[in-house]
Design a binder for this molecule. Structure first.
Ligand code: ATP
Ligand code: FE
Length: 340
């Protein structure tokens, strides 16, 4: 089975070709244009997708060495994401499926961040059901109980900002360009995580909150730069390390709680923030000290990519879960039973 997958939910245009669960190609055009605005500008994102989609799909087919006539189905991200961005991928996938007369398969982006672990060749292998997934990305922070490919239950999620936003907004306060998450990670690796203590939020159950942390970082920086104008430049690495440590503590505390409550010790993380070196280390420590079995995606399957859409496409193909031509994009598309 050959699946062509399209991902266009935010600011990355990505296309992949899979042979069953094996990735033959996974091409992503990232949009530089948003950097100067300090965040994704939806209107510019959809225009860039419009320009990128045809070349990206061509490249994916070429690299896989597959002719479009060999394709078995087209999978695409239906949501959640930015409407204008989703429309480009959705319309492209619908037209191509019509033109080639092959099935169309809609994919939930958050389900794909989790099921990315079923891509062939992941470094930690594939988890067994049931397992816990923690999706940590630019728009979401969730702990999800995964009973089967299409049977998932959200146990907790953020009440305000997503963890990726916490990274990006902290970076912005420090004057770093968008998206700042990877830069905070980079500087954190050379800094002292105990230099500046930040408060952790008190949130019930398995839910998260990150807006308070952002505010306390903002006030802290304002206070310190009022005293020493060069405070950020002189302490950048220590500030980043301290922020990163706090965020990782918040995530790990909730994971421990989820393990206690469910008795499940297989943990898979997914989404852009799973690229973070600190969380990757913390999980591997927990594997050693707590006897958990942890699954971390390969770097290229953490942030948005079409390969993860393709593997869900393949799993749906096997179960004849096809979509009709009248399907439309959904900006808000919750990970609930009826949406899988
Ligand atoms: P969602 O998946 O919730 O719809 P999204 O698709 O925009 O959101 P992803 O592409 O999954 O988000 O993740 C992007 C986020 O990951 C950004 O906030 C980015 O800063 C963050 N990120 C990427 N690499 C790192 C890193 N090494 N450390 C911390 N954050 C990171
Ligand atoms: Fe994503």
């Amino acid at each position: 089975i050959y699946i062509l997958a399209i991902e266009s939910s935010c600011d990355d245009t990505s296309a992949a070709v899979l042979s069953n669960k094996k990735v033959l190609s996974n091409i992503t055009a990232t949009q530089k244009i948003h950097e100067e605005y300090g965040g994704v500008v939806p209107e510019l994102a959809s225009r860039a997708h419009q320009q990128n989609i045809v070349p990206v799909v061509h490249q994916a087919l070429n690299k896989a060495n597959i002719d479009k006539k060999q394709l078995s189905a087209i999978a695409f991200t239906r949501g959640p994401g930015l409407m204008g961005s989703l429309l480009v991928g959705t319309s492209f996938a619908k037209s191509l499926s019509l033109g080639l007369n092959i099935p169309l398969i809609e994919v939930n982006h958050m389900q794909a961040h989790i099921l990315a672990h079923f891509i062939e060749g992941q470094q930690d292998g594939t988890p067994e059901f049931p397992f816990l997934a923690m999706t940590i990305s630019g728009g979401h922070t969730q702990i999800v109980l995964i009973k089967d490919f299409f049977d998932m239950e959200i146990l907790g999620e953020t009440l305000d900002d997503a963890v990726g936003e916490a990274f990006d907004k902290s970076a912005k306060i420090l004057g770093l360009p968008y998206p700042g998450g990877p830069l905070v990670d980079k500087y954190a690796q050379e800094g002292n995580p105990k230099a500046f203590p930040f408060p952790k939020p008190k949130v019930d159950g398995l839910n998260f909150s990150f807006s308070g942390l952002k505010t306390s970082i903002l006030y802290f920086i304002q206070r310190e730069t009022a005293k020493h104008p060069d405070f950020i430049q002189e302490n950048l690495k220590d500030i980043c390390a301290s922020i990163q440590k706090t965020i990782i503590h918040i995530l790990m505390d909730k994971l421990k709680k989820a393990v206690e409550e469910t008795g499940i010790t297989q943990i898979a993380i997914g989404g852009g923030v799973s690229a973070n070196s600190g969380i990757r280390k913390a999980l591997k420590m927990a594997e050693k000290n707590r006897g958990w079995k942890t699954f971390i995606p390969r770097f290229e399957y953490c942030t948005d990519n079409a390969a993860m859409i393709g593997v869900v496409g393949y799993l749906k193909y096997q179960q004849d879960k096809f979509s009709e031509q009248d399907i439309s994009a959904k900006a808000r598309y919750v990970l609930s039973q009826k949406n899988l």
